[in-house]
Write a protein that binds this ligand. Structure first.
Ligand code: SAM
Length: 244
């Protein structure tokens, strides 16, 4: 069982998610900046800093649910010539925006693949690192996505996941709730004409496991040395793990 959902529910969930990102693809980046007050940039910078790409070592990165390319661009900019990133997303619209944003800037070092995080089209051990930012909570079968992450990494490979978590600062939790339930859908309506996709967004954050449960799920997929770092009062958590 996947949190008590039937497989029909899970397929319906993916369809809903696909609709959401289909609708927002063109405005995705501006919405990110608006809704997070620019904070998503700092969170992504932290994940890339944890990965520590460098000109001194070759690194093959798979950025899953990579959307419009933010994490990939940052990784490539930090890593230089020996870093390569495959941006994978289920949604072709998001990838199209990503390709346009890359604009040939990274040449052969970046590529875009449309596929499902639950069925990665790569052989075992293909990558040195797997990154996923604000993507895994959209994937209906979390355990399947984690098993796939484990499979495509080489031994010694790194797993990094940035995701919304659960606010753990007294006081901030109430502000955050008010912001999530009122401000986010209103902003969504203002910029895209629709509030519904943003209600989905808030709901999906609520349902996502907290940092310690998610840690156990990552361990359950076979990973070792799993750690979780809470950021901005628990709004976001960065999970790190190794295939050992
Ligand atoms: N990583 C990017 C970022 O941080 O800006 C994009 C995050 S966006 C909130 C979530 C992305 O997950 C969307 O582009 C969506 O298409 C993608 N996605 C949803 N379900 C997926 C799945 N099953 N497999 C791969 N990608 C998926």
């Amino acid at each position: 069982t996947h949190f008590g959902f039937s497989s029909v529910d899970l397929d319906a969930k993916q369809t809903l998610v696909d609709d959401v990102f289909h609708k927002v693809a063109r405005r995705y980046d501006i919405m990110n900046d608006l809704m997070s007050g620019g904070l998503h940039r700092a969170w992504k910078a932290d994940m890339v800093a944890a990965l520590a790409p460098s000109p001194h070592r070759a690194l093959r990165v798979l950025d899953v649910a990579g959307g419009t390319g933010d994490v990939a661009f940052r990784t490539l900019a930090a890593g230089g010539q020996r870093t390569r990133v495959t941006v994978l997303d289920i949604n072709g619209e998001m990838l199209t925006v990503g390709r346009e944003r890359a604009g040939g800037r990274f040449g052969e070092r970046i590529d875009f693949v449309q596929a499902n995080a639950e069925a990665l089209p790569f052989p075992e051990g293909s990558f040195d690192a797997y990154t996923i930012a604000f993507g895994i909570r959209n994937v209906p079968r979390l355990e399947v996505a984690l098993a796939e992450a484990f499979r495509v990494l080489r031994r010694g490979g790194r797993f990094l996941c940035l995701e919304f978590s659960h606010v753990d600062l007294p006081g901030l939790d109430r502000v955050y709730d008010a912001y999530s339930f009122h401000v986010i859908p209103a902003l969504g309506r203002l910029v895209t004409g629709e509030a519904e996709p943003y209600r989905y967004l808030v709901e999906s954050i609520r349902r996502f496991p907290n940092a310690s449960l998610f840690t156990r799920m990552i361990e359950g997929a076979g990973f070792g040395r799993v750690t979780a770092r809470s950021m901005t009062g628990g709004i976001v958590a960065l999970h790190s793990a190794w295939k050992i």
